[in-house]
Design a protein around this ligand. Structure first.
Ligand code: ADP
Ligand code: MG
Length: 320
């Protein structure tokens, strides 16, 4: 390597800024962090592998953004406030343009949510990015999957399916509209809204594998089922030109949107809508939790609908 590991860290990752609770950040053997008294630590980690979690042609800036965004999304789904991040970077070579772009994408997003990069590791190998984030939440207000209970209303933020449609177009070699591509490459973690839902909503999950698959995780944890009105799932303008079955396949089965799917007791629904309005974030009520296991999809007129998709599972799909 022409640039030493030390120089990479100094040049691209060591940013001095006063972050809450950071006694000692990058530069020592480990970081010293001070949690807020009476708050519970929330920890999540996600790895992005080139060609697997993002197309090979994805720009470094987008990769930097996405590596942090998918982790912030996990904190959002717990209702947690982001505090600190660590970054394990495996690089095939030292490409300073790439590093500059990557760190720009990473720190732009980090700055918006005031999350500090406090450490990491840098190695050589096939391009792989692991980010670990830490945040905090009042444990009694955390959005746990096992809090889903019959009678609760099911909501989703934004327009799920956009990222999947963008990927489909990319893979088919078709041109992709900028706004649609941004839904794949620059997902917006619903951090502020997630924090607003803490203590208001019951359960939450971020949609990374597909709405149905992710909702099923919530239902498994809560030992319940759901009725879902597929016509109530918002469809973005980009998907309007598709036939209904294809559009629904994207909306119900497409991953990578990082929208929040959450449930709330009937007497909290008003507060949920107020939180959405405060955050200028569109939400939609898409179903109801029921005691009987499984997801029963229906249309607006109440007739049953059989979705043509299952959620994406890294160990179930054929290309491993
Ligand atoms: P050690 O050999 O003791 O693990 P390293 O040389 O790996 O130390 O790391 C030196 C310092 O730089 C540590 O504080 C570590 O957390 C930080 N660091 C290393 N790589 C990164 C990275 N990609 N991003 C942020 N901090 C990093
Ligand atoms: Mg190390």
């Amino acid at each position: 390597m022409s640039v030493s590991e030390f120089n990479i860290i100094q040049r691209y990752f060591r940013r001095e800024h006063a972050a809450p609770g950071v006694t000692l950040g990058i530069g020592d053997d480990a970081a010293l962090l001070m949690p807020t008294p009476d708050m519970t630590q929330v920890v999540a980690i996600d790895t992005l592998v080139a060609g697997r979690h993002f197309p090979e042609q994805t720009t470094a800036t987008d990769i930097g953004h996405k590596a942090l965004a998918v982790n912030l999304s996990d904190l959002a789904a717990m209702g947690a406030q982001p505090l600190w991040a660590t970054l394990a970077l495996t690089l095939p070579d030292v490409n300073e343009d790439w590093l500059a772009g990557f760190s720009e994408g990473f720190f732009q997003l980090a700055g918006r949510f005031n999350i500090a990069l406090v450490g990491g590791d840098t190695t050589r190998g096939p391009l792989t990015i692991t980010v670990q984030v830490q945040g905090q939440v009042d444990a009694s207000r955390a959005l746990r999957r096992d809090a889903a209970k019959p009678g609760q209303h099911i909501f989703v933020t934004g327009t799920p399916g956009d990222a999947a449609y963008a990927l489909q177009q990319l893979q088919a070699g078709e041109p992709v509209a900028d706004e649609l591509l941004a839904r794949l490459n620059r997902p917006e973690p619903r951090v502020t809204f997630g924090m607003a839902l803490a203590g208001v909503a019951a359960s939450a999950i971020d949609v990374s594998d597909g709405l149905l698959a992710d909702l099923q995780h919530v239902l498994d944890a809560g030992a319940c089922g759901a009725q879902l009105n597929v016509d109530a799932v918002p469809r973005s303008p980009a998907l309007q030109s598709l036939d209904d079955t294809t559009a629904l396949a994207c909306q119900l089965g497409g991953g990578d949107d990082y929208e929040l799917c959450f449930t709330a007791d009937a007497d909290c629904v008003e507060q949920v809508y107020r939180a959405a309005e405060d955050n200028a974030l569109p939400i939609a009520e898409i179903g109801i939790i029921e005691p009987q296991s499984g997801i029963r999809c229906v249309r607006d007129d109440g007739s049953p609908y059989s979705p043509t998709v299952e959620g994406f599972d890294h160990f179930r799909d054929t290309d491993g």
